[in-house]
Design a protein around this ligand. Structure first.
Ligand code: ADP
Ligand code: MG
Length: 188
């Protein structure tokens, strides 16, 4: 197994033993910190994943965004090309389960939003370094998307997902900020 895959496996094991009370507690703390963040406050259009437990909960963040009048755009995977496109949702009923049990926007009910119209992009991952490098789920979807994206980036993570190091490859694009349940790491 490659070193990246070994770390992915170990992190999935660490996430699997996070209890529901701590999952909720940490997710709430992360969301609460986010709501004071300048990039969050300024952004009118956010690109954000629909979390699947045990990823940091994004449902509460999406509700908060709608309440604050922000536009919420969420990813749809194109597995053939391993690319992403983002589509605007105004309610959770515009999602369907398509790929790996992930919830994605329903094409007929949503409109695509271009990368240049997204002001703050939440980039998911399994593990991060303090330098903002990210170990994703192994598809390289966000590395590809980020080559065409110039807006702000941000990742949400439980404290134990920020680790010392892992192999970084030429195509890996770092995020600008990581918010965990106990710190905000500003990269640039
Ligand atoms: N911009 C890109 N163009 C083409 N292939 C890419 C690009 N970014 C990543 N990839 C490919 O995607 C695969 C997964 O990338 P990796 O960084 O290991 O996954 P992840 O970022 O999801 O952890 C690698 O084989 C990598 O070569
Ligand atoms: Mg990568």
């Amino acid at each position: 197994m490659s070193e990246k895959n070994l770390i992915r496996k170990e992190m999935k094991e660490s996430l699997a033993i996070l209890t529901k009370p701590y999952y909720e507690h940490y997710s709430y703390k992360i969301a609460d910190t986010l709501y004071k963040d300048e990039d969050w406050l300024k952004a009118d259009v956010i690109g954000i994943t629909i979390s699947k437990e045990p990823e940091v909960d994004t449902y509460q963040i999406i509700r908060k965004a709608w309440e604050a009048g922000k536009e919420v755009v969420v990813p749809k995977c194109n597995p053939k090309e391993k690319t992403l496109s983002f589509r605007k949702i105004t309610e959770f009923s515009q999602l369907e389960s398509v790929f790996y049990g992930l919830l994605e926007p329903i094409i007929d009910q949503t409109m695509e939003v271009k990368p240049e119209d997204i002001e703050l992009l939440f980039v998911p991952g399994l593990a991060y370094t303090k330098e903002g490098f990210r170990l994703g789920f192994g598809g390289g979807y966000y590395d590809r998307y980020l080559t065409n994206y110039d807006g702000k980036t941000l990742s949400l993570a439980f404290h134990f997902q920020v680790i010392q190091q892992f192999p970084i490859e030429k195509h890996d694009i770092p995020v600008s900020k990581i918010i965990t349940n106990d710190e905000v790491i500003n990269i640039k």
